[in-house]
Design a binder for this molecule. Sequence first.
Ligand code: G3H
Ligand code: 13P
Ligand code: NA
Ligand code: ZN
Length: 328
Amino acid sequence: ALVSMRQLLDHAAENSYGLPAFNVNNLEQMRAIMEAADEVNAPVIVQASAGARKYAGAPFLRHLILAATEEFPHIPVVMHQDHGASPEVCQRSIQLGFSSVMMDGSLLSDAKTPATYEYNVDVTRKTVYMAHACGVSVEGEIGCLGNLETGEAGEEDGVGAAGKLSHEQMLTSVDEAARFVQDTGVDALAIAIGTSHGAYKFTRKPTGDVLRIDRIREIHERLPNTHLVMHGSSSVPQEWLQVINEYGGNIPETYGVPVEEIVEGIKYGVRKVNIDTDLRLASTGAIRRFLATHPAEFDPRKYFTETIKAMKQICIDRYVAFGAAGHA
Ligand code: G3H
Ligand code: 13P
Ligand code: NA
Ligand code: ZN
């Protein structure tokens, strides 16, 4: 059944677990996520970005997600709009039947330029007013995602700030987070604590202190009833990078957020963990390997089946690691 995000995150908070929120663009991702959730009995958050809506078309995405609730009626599913650039975009998604929306007012509507606090409050408050009238949950964001050491925001073509960011901009302040929740009434709050979007998060192997878990903890202490969200939380599996590069790809050395650090964050109030890149890497690796080793094969179902298997395993791993298994 389709449920609001508030319902799932409240349950996650009561039972001290976190939920991966996977981006969905196509049938294969949807199947991988649902088959994994079904196997470990986990609740599901799927999210559609602006890029996904452009690729598949909003009605196709909507029906893909509704189809999931029809085939797996026992699994609660949140249909979430990822990174809305304006209240108008969120309104359109609410109209389409999304049960949750993100108003990302940390950046202006170009999804690149860092916004002022006042702008962020204005667009987020408008969205909360509209969404709550419709029983739809709202995620807001305070602070801009970026690598705290280099100031790089990550992600060239999707969501990401233009140019270098200051340390200030990239680390959500406790006071500002508290004020923002008070001023807007959001259900969930995305915070910046050192993660960034895309595959190129860290150039060196993370040593176990890449994220500001201490800051997550401080924000959670101040806002115990606000569900915290971590964007840019792909772990960038080294084994899939290796497969990609072994079968014709060319991806330079890069590292993601270690699963153990995410699990630390979950101890201190992180309830939603956004993952897109990991499923992209797994499906690309699976396709490259299959086509390279089956040169005469041309039935797309053959290689897409490989992508489902690859993505499904990642989904299962995250459901289990974040403690969501068994909670559907
Ligand atoms: O937040 C970024 C997500 O990975 C979505 O990326 O806009 O390319 O679909 P996208
Ligand atoms: P990744 O690029 O780390 O998968 O993050 C996805 C995300 O935050 C979507 O909103
Ligand atoms: Na989101
Ligand atoms: Zn994001």
